[in-house]
Design a protein around this ligand. Structure first.
Ligand code: DGL
Length: 317
């Protein structure tokens, strides 16, 4: 499957592939339009890991989070379904006042982002007469893992002194897209990426499964990767935002020498750079925090509360 964020690098932007040129546009929306915000989207609670870092980085900004829990998990769904659900989620966030939607979901970023940027967003922008964008989280993560950003030119040629191994734990859909392998190879010839699908893990985390059960599942997946590639990876990415909720379990299952790349911080860094280049987006200033779900509204699991530091309650989308 084609890489969804490949166009991003060609145009020199790490989070989007907008080809708009000219002065920044800040089109006047209708007087009834809600205040502007950053939208954060995931199939469920996993995107909260990215959301947490974004809130810390932009404390004054307004945020609307949408969990598509009615359709989670996405990892085993077909490509077209993931595209349709992601488009519906983005539309809902734009209607809730988001100027920019961050797909805090690797599966949606891998499968749907490029399609939406190319085939839906230009038309939707015209329809609503606003400057809007949808951004992904995979390229920022790969930039953090490879140390090579969009402005650093093609990969260096030359002798490979030492081949490093990067393990990517992710959903089946993300693994099948091969996005991590493709994007890493474009930047670093001395880093070999191997995606390890962990079917079922996001669903267990979404349901707030007991830590003891999650520990066994995480251990099995780390071991499966080790057996497949004959060694532990030098670096690892938790390439599903749900897994960051149980990052300590991955840390415990991996040897001390394995460096874990944290996707939420990588995304916050990239978004800060992005907003530095795009003054046209109004992020709001009221510190609004809204949590919406397409599923059953209410308090999320204890696992989520422990990660977030207090209970998180979703409202109906
Ligand atoms: N948290 C999402 C991801 O990063 C989706 C997991 C799922 O719904 O299967 O891939």
């Amino acid at each position: 499957m084609a890489s969804p964020e490949r166009g991003v690098m060609r145009v020199g932007r790490s989070l989007d592939d907008s080809t708009r040129t000219g002065p920044p546009i800040r089109l006047q929306s209708s007087l009834e339009a809600p205040i502007m915000a950053i939208g954060v989207f995931d199939s469920g609670v996993g995107g909260l890991t990215v959301h947490r870092k974004l809130v810390d980085r932009f404390p004054q900004a307004d945020f609307v989070y949408l969990a598509d829990q009615a359709h989670a998990p996405y990892g085993g769904l077909g490509g077209e379904e993931i595209v349709d659900l992601t488009r519906t989620g983005c539309r809902r966030l734009f209607e809730a006042g988001a100027d920019v939607v961050v797909l805090a979901c690797n599966t949606a970023s891998a499968i749907a982002l490029r399609r939406l940027q190319q085939t839906w967003l230009p038309e939707y922008r015209r329809e609503v007469d606003r400057a809007l964008n949808v951004l992904g989280i995979i390229v920022p993560t790969i930039e953090a893992a490879t140390g090579r950003g969009w402005d650093q030119g093609p990969p260096l040629d030359g002798k490979i002194e030492k081949l490093e191994v990067l393990g990517v734990f992710c959903t089946a859909a993300t693994a099948m897209s091969q996005v991590y392998e493709i994007e890493v190879q474009k930047r670093r010839e001395d880093l070999a990426a191997f995606s390890e699908p962990c079917p079922g893990l996001a669903g267990l985390i979404e349901l707030g499964a007991p830590v003891e059960e999650l520990k066994v599942v995480v251990g099995d997946h780390v071991d499966a990767l080790r057996r497949r590639i004959g060694r532990y990876p030098d670096k690892a990415i938790l390439g599903c935002t749900h897994y960051e909720i149980v990052a300590p379990l991955f840390e415990a299952a991996l040897p001390e020498g394995t460096t874990l790349i944290h996707q939420p911080s990588a995304t916050a860094d990239a978004l800060e750079r992005y907003f530095g280049r795009h003054g046209e987006y109004d992020l709001g200033t009221a510190g609004r925090r809204e949590f919406l779900t397409t599923g059953t509204p209410g308090r999320q699991s204890d696992l989520v509360s422990q990660f977030w530091g207090e209970p998180v309650t979703f409202e109906a989308a």
